[in-house]
Design a protein around this ligand. Structure first.
Ligand code: SF4
Length: 425
């Protein structure tokens, strides 16, 4: 719903005098209200949303019948508008609008997610691919994602799903197909687009595929929060583990609720400057730092990845500040993975990160006191992804690509000097 008042130059005081915030929120264009009231997390206004882009009646009906549309968690009603409180984008949606992450819509004053039980992709991966190097090395993890993301990273490697609507990756027409054990030998593309995978079926699927854990990954689990949370509950209840692979941009309340069911996390720390975060990712640094501190406080095992993008996140002074912050706030045992950038998405014109830059970043991190520093995406660099004993410096886990080739840890301790190595073994 859009009104002429949306473009009128009205001051906040005048608008509030004219009828009160609640009445305005119920009756006017949400994007105008965003600017007018300056609502949003951390002093920022809410993110841009897709005006009038909610699915039409026929698609909505099919989506609802299939169980792919559910009322969202963590939102507030502002008259007929709604505001999502899952991530710091804090989208405000008028009826008929679609959220910044593309996964949520306001239908008649209620916020719904369209990304429930309808993953657009899933695979069995080694945990090393997340990457997690200090969490059950060599274990398999069932990994899934839906469409949508809360960020707009210029370098996104999964933009074909992260920058898509759920309806662009799934099709609720045709016969219903539900993935559950016993599993079919193969799936066609058509079957994949129609397929449901509901939280209650996940533990059986993971068991059939010999995966002790489920990973919420590839796009952004915050953008499919309701599905992630329900899945984590079901998987935990069945005695399996949950791995969160996230950009970390999430509000504190939903984060704490989710972490109660998470066993390990991989959090992207994409840089250490607010301006770079805005420019490269259309996100904010402060909420990510809060997420890292909450993970640490709650004792969830997590590792940090930092993609070194030439011209954006390769400034050594910034890397130095980041490493100092990690040591001071999260301790020296927190694994840090520097990752080499390769040209993709909107940064195809850039060259890959020079290996020398990555080596200098690793030196800075080690000088800052970090004990487990890795360099990813440079397979030719010997020992870059090996784990060394923090005391005697001998290799205790060696890897080639995503494969563990040697693991000599005994009960999580170095076999040479018996020093405990941080992690979940
Ligand atoms: S999770 Fe999606 S709908 Fe909610 S605030 Fe973030 S971007 Fe907006």
């Amino acid at each position: 719903m859009s009104f002429a008042i949306a473009s009128a130059p009205v001051s906040r005081r005048t608008a509030l005098r004219a009828g009160g915030a609640t009445a305005l929120l119920a009756a006017t264009d949400a994007s105008w209200l965003q600017r007018l009231l300056g609502l949003g997390a951390d002093g920022d206004g809410p993110a841009e949303v897709f005006k009038g882009d909610a699915p039409g009646e026929a698609t909505w009906r099919r989506w609802a019948q299939r169980g792919w549309a559910r009322e969202a968690a963590h939102y507030v009603k502002l008259g007929r508008n709604v505001q999502c409180k899952v991530c710091p984008n804090n989208c405000i949606l008028a009826p008929g609008d679609r959220s910044h992450c593309r996964n949520k819509v306001n239908r008649d004053g209620t916020l719904y997610t369209l990304a429930y039980g309808n993953p657009c992709t899933f695979h069995v991966d080694p945990v090393e691919k997340k990457p997690l190097f200090h969490f059950h090395p060599g274990a398999r993890t069932f990994s899934l994602a839906t469409a949508g993301c809360v960020f707009r990273c210029l370098n996104c490697q999964n933009w074909e799903i992260s920058q898509r609507r759920p309806e662009d990756t799934k099709d609720a027409r045709g016969a219903e197909l539900r993935l559950r054990a016993p599993l079919p030998a193969t799936l066609t593309l058509d079957e994949m687009s129609r397929l449901s995978l509901f939280p209650e079926d996940l533990p059986g699927v993971a068991e059939a595929l010999r995966c002790p854990s489920v990973s919420y990954t590839y796009s952004e689990p915050t953008a499919y929060y309701e599905y992630t949370l329900a899945s984590c509950r079901a998987v935990r209840a069945a005695g399996r583990q949950n791995i969160l692979v996230s950009c970390g941009s999430i509000e504190e309340r939903p984060l704490r609720e989710l972490l109660a069911f998470v066993d390990a996390a991989h959090i992207d720390l994409k840089g250490f400057d607010e301006s770079t975060y805005r420019q490269l990712n259309s996100g904010r640094l402060a909420p990510i730092l809060r997420t890292l501190k909450v993970c640490h406080e709650l004792g969830v095992w997590f590792e940090i990845i930092n993609l070194v993008v030439p011209g954006y996140t390769d400034r050594l002074d910034s890397i130095r500040r980041m490493c100092g912050w990690i040591v001071a706030e999260l301790g020296p045992d927190r694994p840090l993975h520097f990752s080499r950038f390769h040209p993709q998405h909107k940064l195809e014109h850039l060259a890959p990160t020079p290996v020398d830059t990555l080596l200098r970043a690793r030196d800075i991190a080690r000088d800052a006191g970090l004990r487990h520093v890795y360099i990813g995406n440079v397979p030719e660099l010997e020992g870059a992804e090996a784990t060394f004993c923090p005391q005697c410096r001998r290799p205790v886990i060696e890897r080639t690509g995503f494969a563990v080739t040697r693991n000599v840890l005994v009960g999580g301790r170095c076999p040479h000097c018996q020093t405990a190595v941080a992690g979940v073994w």
